[in-house]
Design a protein around this ligand. Structure first.
Ligand code: SF4
Length: 215
């Protein structure tokens, strides 16, 4: 198996359960819900994407083996080594695009072998491989939703066609509503707050990387 990766970089996770936690982001190229080209956005299943996942960036690459991919991720983690599994363990966030088009058990094993906890951010259209330590699923209206259990359900809100009663039935440890970005963001934040107050099963997730200006 080879892997095509847009970019690999060290940052703080911006959103959801691990917000604020240092992590290596491994952004896989490609998505099954949009080509990533603006000319195709209006006819895409997912039309609100804010991420460039097309091709291979200057800090991405094509990796011919799980070990090559995991070595590239490890190279981005600062030289500190932690001996305790108390939250100081290195974290990699596999994202995209849609990471589950490429991420497999062999890559997860190779990342584990280098000491990483493996987090994944997926749109839920593919079943997740075994071994993921933190699985965040963000279903999209109009798309198939097959991965209905995991660590974190993160719903970009509002999305016409998604129903919170239905979403709440799925088996997740944490549930987040994250305001959709764009010109109506202030209204969307208010709507998310209103829903979280009315439905205590949900928490508010803000995109702190946009507030702080970090990558
Ligand atoms: S599913 Fe995710 S990566 Fe794909 S187009 Fe939508 S927001 Fe972007």
């Amino acid at each position: 198996m080879s892997y095509v990766v847009k970019e690999i970089f060290y940052t703080l996770q911006g959103e959801g359960r691990n917000a604020g936690r240092p992590a290596v982001f491994c952004r896989f190229s490609g998505c099954n819900l949009w080509t990533g080209r603006e000319v195709d956005r209006a006819k895409a299943i997912c039309q609100f994407c804010d991420t460039d996942f097309v091709g291979v960036g200057s800090d991405g690459g094509r990796f011919e083996s799980p070990d090559a991919l995991a070595d590239a991720v490890l190279a981005r983690w600062p030289g500190v080594r932690y001996g305790r599994a108390d939250g100081g363990r290195p974290l990699v966030v596999c994202t995209g695009g849609e990471p589950l088009l490429q991420l497999d058990v062999a890559a997860i094993d190779a990342l584990h072998a280098r000491g990483f906890q493996v987090a994944v951010e997926t749109n839920g259209t593919r079943h997740a491989p075994a071994g993921i330590d933190h699985l965040c699923v963000s279903p999209k209206a109009g798309a198939e939703w097959v991965q209905r259990h995991g660590s974190e359900l993160k719903v970009v809100w509002p999305q016409a066609g998604l129903d919170l009663d239905m979403l709440e039935q799925a088996d997740f440890t944490y549930r987040y509503l994250q305001p959709m970005d764009g010109p109506l963001q202030a209204r969307h934040i208010a709507q998310c707050i209103e829903q979280c107050l009315a439905r205590p099963a949900w928490r508010l997730s803000l995109q702190t990387h946009k507030v702080t200006g970090i990558r």
